[in-house]
Design a protein around this ligand. Structure first.
Ligand SMILES: [Zn+2]
Length: 320
C-alpha cells in the first residue's frame, strides 16, 4: 500500500492546481481553529459537544481497533466512554467538518487496544497519520515540559494544548519542532551514482543504507546545513542544493526537510564515529533495492522521506 499520495487542494483560490507529495505523518485534514483556541469557554463546551470524538493514548501508544478487513484503525471514542479520573491530559486537535476532535492521554488501557505510532502509521490513510503526528508530538511535549524554562515554576496547558503558560512570570512556551536536513547527493548533474550511508547503531543490518541527515544548526540556512552535514559525515563537498519535500516526524518532534544535492568532490572520507559506512551506489543497484529485489542493499521503506528522495532520483525527476 502506498503511504503517500498527491494531494489536490481543491479549495485553493489559485488557478493552478497544487500537486505535491504528501508524506506519511503529513496530510492532517483538521482545521486547527486558531480563533477557538483563545476562548476557554468554547473549548470546554466543545468537549461536551455531541459530535466530539477523542483519540486515546496511553504512554504515547495510540488507541486502535481492528476493522472488518483486519486492518488497524484509529479508535476514536465518544465523551461518554471517557473516565474523567483516567484523563491525564486533553488537547484540542481541531475541527473535522465542524466536529471537535481531541487527543487524550489516559493513565489506563481500559478503553481498548493501543499500538506503537510508528509501527501503525504505514497501515493508516495518510490523513489519519497526520492527525496521529499532531497528537503524539503534542502529548509528548506536554509530558516532557512541566516546568517554566525561565523561572522553574509549574506550567499549565492553554489554548487547547497549543501552548503552556507560567502563572508566575507569564511566559508562554510553544511546542518546538526541530528541523532536520535529509539529502540525497548525486555525483554530478544527471549523474548515475548517489551517496548513501549506514549510521552506527541505528539499525543492526549491515546492508541497510539511507540518505545522510542531520539537525540544522543555529544561524544556518537549509542549503548550508546540507553542505555541512555531507562534509562532516562523508567528507564530500556539495554544490547545488534543491529542496524536494518535507515530512513531519513525531519521534519526538522533527521536520525532515528533504533535498537533492550535487557533489563538487567525489572522494569519500567518512566520519567513523557517526557512520559505519558511506558509499557511492549506482542507479541500477539502488533501483533493485527500491523494488526490494537487491539482497546486497536495503533502503528505507516508503514510510520514510529518504525512500522518496531515492525514488525521485531513480525515476529521473531530480530538478538539478
Ligand atoms: Zn515562569
Amino acid at each position: 500500500m502506498l503511504s503517500c499520495y498527491h494531494q489536490m487542494h481543491q479549495e485553493t483560490v489559485l488557478a493552478d492546481q497544487i500537486n505535491e507529495l504528501v508524506h506519511t505523518f503529513a496530510g492532517n485534514p483538521l482545521d486547527r481553529a486558531e480563533a477557538l483556541r483563545r476562548d476557554e469557554t468554547a473549548l470546554l463546551e466543545m468537549r461536551r459537544h455531541p459530535g466530539a470524538l477523542f483519540l486515546p493514548f496511553n504512554n504515547l501508544r495510540v488507541g486502535v481497533k481492528t476493522a472488518a478487513d483486519n486492518s488497524q484503525q484509529l479508535n476514536w471514542i465518544t465523551p461518554n466512554s471517557l473516565d474523567p479520573a483516567a484523563c491525564e491530559e486533553v488537547i484540542f486537535l481541531g475541527l473535522d467538518n465542524g466536529q471537535p476532535r481531541f487527543a487524550v492521554a489516559l493513565t489506563t488501557t481500559e478503553s481498548g487496544d493501543f499500538a506503537d505510532c510508528r509501527m501503525l502509521a504505514g497501515q493508516l490513510p495518510v490523513a489519519d497519520s497526520g492527525i496521529l503526528a499532531q497528537a503524539r508530538a503534542q502529548l509528548d511535549w506536554h509530558k516532557r515540559n512541566p516546568f517554566c524554562a525561565q523561572c522553574g515554576t509549574t506550567t499549565h496547558p492553554a489554548r487547547g494544548g497549543q501552548i503552556r503558560r507560567c502563572d508566575r512570570c507569564d511566559k508562554h512556551t510553544f511546542p518546538r519542532t526541530d528541523p532536520v536536513a535529509i539529502m540525497l547527493i548525486i555525483d554530478k548533474p544527471g549523474g548515475d551514482r548517489c551517496l548513501l550511508g549506514r549510521p552506527h547503531g541505528r539499525i543492526a543490518i549491515n546492508n541497510f543504507y539511507t540518505a545522510l541527515a542531520g539537525f540544522l544548526d543555529q544561524g544556518e540556512s537549509l542549503e548550508e546545513a546540507v553542505r555541512r552535514e555531507v562534509w562532516e559525515e562523508a567528507g564530500i563537498r556539495v554544490g547545488h542544493v534543491h529542496y524536494h519535500s518535507s515530512q513531519p516526524w513525531p519521534f519526538p518532534s522533527q521536520l525532515m526537510i528533504g533535498c537533492h544535492g550535487i557533489a563538487a568532490t567525489q572522494d569519500i572520507n567518512f566520519d567513523t564515529v557517526e557512520m559505519a559506512d558511506v558509499r557511492w551506489f549506482n542507479k541500477a543497484e539502488v533501483a533493485r533495492a527500491v523494488a526490494e529485489e537487491n539482497s546486497e542493499l536495503r533502503i528505507p521503506g516508503n514510510l520514510a522521506i529518504a525512500h522518496h528522495l531515492i525514488r525521485t532520483w531513480i525515476e529521473g525527476d531530480v530538478e538539478l
